[in-house]
Design a protein around this ligand. Structure first.
Ligand code: ADP
Length: 472
């Protein structure tokens, strides 16, 4: 009985430390809005980088013609071609070619990498164009490059550092559009990088293409990030910014958000300390798919150390990232009466056999606490953005409202959203949606729509090439 009490105590402590009452979430909302202000006020003014994208017009469905896109941001590299119909957001044709980046190119030279990209693009273009007249050949390209970039214009930017396993020293500090442009001319491929963008910006573009009330985009997958449409005059760190619309998309890099109001546990502190980037990406480490499974592993390890309820401590429990977030989700969603899936995963992945049913129930609760906290914090982050742009229903009586005849109505607000954690995990999705309503109240939240888009990083980049094409 004593050992049972000890495991229960681990769960109870976790529940308490992960508490996300509405009051707590509102503090996170406020902190997010405050940090956004600070990041816009000065370079380095906040852990939120609030990067300028120079994207000052978003596609609206009227774009016409054929555009290409490149998507480089992880293990796979993709080339796309999109034919736009020119009315009511019609994507007429969509072709895509995907291939893994050869391992050796990830640590080779800049020239090798961009030669590979340019030649893949050339092959793809030639395959597509055989049936076309030369005069309709498309020359405009959107380039999604999901690494930290200091943007200089909508179509150029300097690589700050590589991430995700890439390590090519001679690219850092160079304009990646220029690198691609050179590789393309070397191969006689006459194309122009019209837009260099981050994947969240592509998601916002795709959302806006289908629905012009879209003002922000969020990705919650392996990692997490968000961007939104900001008034140019609110971007104080860049005085006299010239835009055609008076607006600019700001890439928040919100994974790095931090606030003392975030409900942090000992497990988060250990996970951060063991990570290759301690003190960085604090928000991401609490909410994204890369980490949730590992937080749960750490809790089970603690239970196992505190009590001999699992028998001896399995050595597997000490292996970082051995329990992936999708596996964790399977345990959480196990509806079989004897929690068969939970038993299977505990046995197969963590090598803990014969776990009694009541302990399996406890493990499900652990998964639930960690997932729920993540989803609710993500919701608070989204509301923080809405607050910053006056769409959360707080502030002055007119904010977030439009005049209709003699009275005013709450404005419709759409947030485009992508990423496996949100789209593939229904519990995460429900917790997030529920928290949005709790924070905003029924009235306002019924006017805030979270809309799943698909392949913003690909199609969105092509759409941005269309809206920023060269008009000469
Ligand atoms: P990425 O973010 O890597 O570009 P995705 O948006 O598809 O790609 O997200 C994949 C991530 O989403 C996985 O790493 C995993 O953490 C998470 N994920 C995928 N499916 C599920 C699921 N069913 N439950 C929980 N998390 C999931």
């Amino acid at each position: 009985l004593r050992r049972w009490k000890k495991v229960v105590a681990v769960l109870e402590d976790l529940e308490e430390d992960c508490s996300t009452s509405v009051g707590r979430l509102r503090q996170v909302v406020d902190a997010m809005a405050v940090e956004m202000h600070a990041g816009l006020a000065s370079e380095g003014g906040s852990k939120l980088k609030m990067l300028l994208t120079f994207v000052d017009k978003l596609p609206n469905g009227s774009e016409k013609g054929t555009y290409y896109a490149l998507d480089l941001g992880g293990t796979n590299f993709r080339v796309l071609r999109v034919e736009l119909g020119g009315d009511s957001s019609a994507i007429r044709k969509y072709d895509v070619d995907q291939q893994p980046i050869p391992q050796h190119l990830m640590t080779s030279t800049s020239e090798d990498l961009f030669d590979f990209i340019a030649s893949s693009l050339k092959q793809f273009v030639e395959k597509q164009e055989v049936s076309e007249l030369p005069e309709v050949k498309s020359r405009e390209l959107g380039f999604t490059f999901s690494f930290p970039v200091k943007q200089m214009s909508v179509s150029s930017g300097i690589l700050i550092r590589w991430t995700k396993g890439f390590a090519i020293g001679d690219t850092v500090g160079r304009d990646v559009s220029e690198c691609l442009q050179q590789a393309m001319s070397k191969r006689g491929l006459d194309m122009r990088v019209a837009a260099l963008v981050n994947d969240t910006v592509g998601t916002l573009a795709l959302g806006h293409y289908h629905d012009e009330d879209t003002v922000a985009a969020v990705i919650i997958g392996t990692g997490t990030n968000a961007c939104y449409l900001e008034r140019a005059d609110a971007i104080i760190k860049c005085q006299g910014l010239l835009t055609t619309s008076g607006f600019m998309v700001v890439n928040m890099e919100w994974g790095n958000f931090w606030s003392s109001h975030l409900p942090r546990t000992l497990y988060d502190i250990d996970l951060d300390a063991d990570s290759p980037n301690p003190n960085d990406q604090g928000f991401e480490k609490m909410i994204s798919g890369m980490y949730l499974g590992d937080i749960v592993r750490r809790v089970i390890l603690r239970m196992s150390q505190e009590s001999d309820i699992f028998g001896h401590v399995s050595s597997r429990l000490s292996v970082p990232f051995i329990l992936g977030t999708p596996k964790m989700a399977v345990m959480q969603e196990d509806e079989s009466p004897d929690l068969r899936e939970v038993a299977r995963i505990l046995n197969d992945v963590l090598e803990i056999p014969d776990v009694p049913l009541k302990v399996r129930k406890l493990i499900v609760k652990v998964c639930n606490v960690v997932t729920r906290r993540a989803a609710r914090l993500a919701a608070a982050g989204i509301v923080g953005i809405l607050k910053k742009i006056g769409r959360d229903g707080s502030g002055s009586i007119t904010s977030g409202r439009i005049k209709v005849g003699s009275h005013s109505e709450i404005r419709r607000t759409v947030v485009a959203i992508e990423g496996g954690l949100y789209t593939k995990n229904s519990m995460f999705r429900e917790y997030l949606n529920e928290a949005m309503t709790e924070i905003l109240g029924e009235d306002i939240s019924s006017h805030v729509i979270l809309k799943v888009t698909e392949d913003g990083s690909g199609i969105g980049a092509a759409l941005l090439a269309a809206s920023h094409r060269f008009v000469g």
